[in-house]
Design a protein around this ligand. Structure first.
Ligand code: SF4
Length: 333
């Protein structure tokens, strides 16, 4: 009770009267005090920062003393703590959850990823800060922020709410110029594994016979299929393993302008999803694949993000719009 009285003194004054005390405040201040003292955060997390957030909500830090109880439904929550990397796929869900929260409501962006995209800022699938999607009241830096930093952010938010103002902000910084280096420019000499017995280029018309022959020779494990876009020349790389002899063989295929090639899915069942990934990210079509559709990006995604001709910042409206588009989107909210 002592703490409550101390806290109440911040929003009003006590008059000592014979037989009782009288507390005087405005309803506005009283409501602000009630709101800041009973924040109910939505329970969800996006990446590693969420683990630190869970630690913050553990008994050791006792956030109940701040009136905080996590809620599993946005209908009952008035605080969203965005903890983790915001991907383009999740951004839409975050916006939906935010819209489902009743007002007044507040947002804390916790951790470098939620604030700016951090190390992943220039990756095609990451939103460069959650404030491209929803308004943010408090930013808590760190990778990840410690529980103490989380609590500091919550106390800062309480100050904002106690003063009766929310200060939703949207990102107003200029969009950084995306620069993509050619893999030839950044390539470092690769140390070949001593188990790798062969690495060569083959003609793409040979792929089925070549793979069948390797499989008959014990290379039964398709380790990976990947691709590299050397501007106008996409090179496919396959790695096959012989687990009995502990040997690998790697082969490459230059595709040129025709971005089609026979699928290995009839020979190696693991080729199924690996070819889908290469199709998704590079747009290479695997003839004979039983179900060639996107595996990482949403079905409606435009373009293939690991291609050199893929235009960054062009396809993710409203998460990476041009400044003009962004200003328009903001006024439509
Ligand atoms: S800021 Fe660091 S800890 Fe937090 S989600 Fe990003 S990488 Fe993980």
């Amino acid at each position: 009770m002592g703490n409550v009285n101390k806290s109440l003194k911040d929003i009003g004054s006590f008059m000592k009267l014979p037989g009782a005390n009288l507390f005087i405040s405005s309803t506005k201040d009283l409501f602000n005090w009630a709101q800041k003292s009973s924040l109910w955060p939505l329970s969800f997390g996006l990446a590693c920062c969420a683990i630190e957030m869970m630690a913050t909500f553990s008994s050791r830090y006792d956030l109940d003393r701040l009136g905080m109880i996590t809620r599993a439904s946005p209908r009952q929550a008035d605080l969203m703590i965005v903890a983790g990397t915001v991907t383009v796929k999740m951004a839409e869900r975050i916006k939906t959850l935010y819209d489902q929260m009743a007002g007044p409501k507040w947002v804390i962006a916790a951790g470098s990823c939620a604030i700016s995209g951090d190390h992943y800022r220039h990756i095609y699938s990451v939103v460069p800060g959650v404030d491209w999607v929803i308004p943010v009241d408090v930013y808590v830096p760190g990778c990840p922020p410690t529980p103490e930093a989380f609590i500091d952010g919550i106390l800062e938010l309480q100050k904002i709410i106690g003063k009766g103002k929310t200060s939703p902000t949207y990102n107003t910084s200029s969009i950084p110029e995306e620069k993509t280096l050619s893999p030839l420019e950044v390539a470092k000499p690769v140390k070949k594994s001593k188990n790798l017995i062969e690495s060569k280029f083959i003609d793409k018309n040979e792929i089925l016979n070549f793979s069948k022959e390797l499989k008959n020779n014990g290379f039964t494990y398709l380790k990976f299929i990947t691709a590299t876009d050397f501007d106008s020349n996409i090179v496919l790389t396959y790695l096959l393993g012989n687990n009995t002899r502990n040997k690998d063989v790697e082969f490459n295929i230059q595709l040129g302008e025709d971005l089609t090639i026979d699928s290995l899915s009839d020979i190696y069942s693991g080729a199924d999803w690996q070819e889908r990934e290469v199709f998704d990210l590079f747009g290479i079509r695997f003839i004979g694949h039983p179900n060639l559709k996107r595996i990482m990006m949403p079905d409606e995604w435009i373009g293939h993000p690991l291609r050199k001709d893929y235009v960054m910042d062009a396809h993710f409206y409203p998460y990476r719009p041009t400044r003009k588009e962004y200003e328009k989107w903001k006024t439509e909210l």
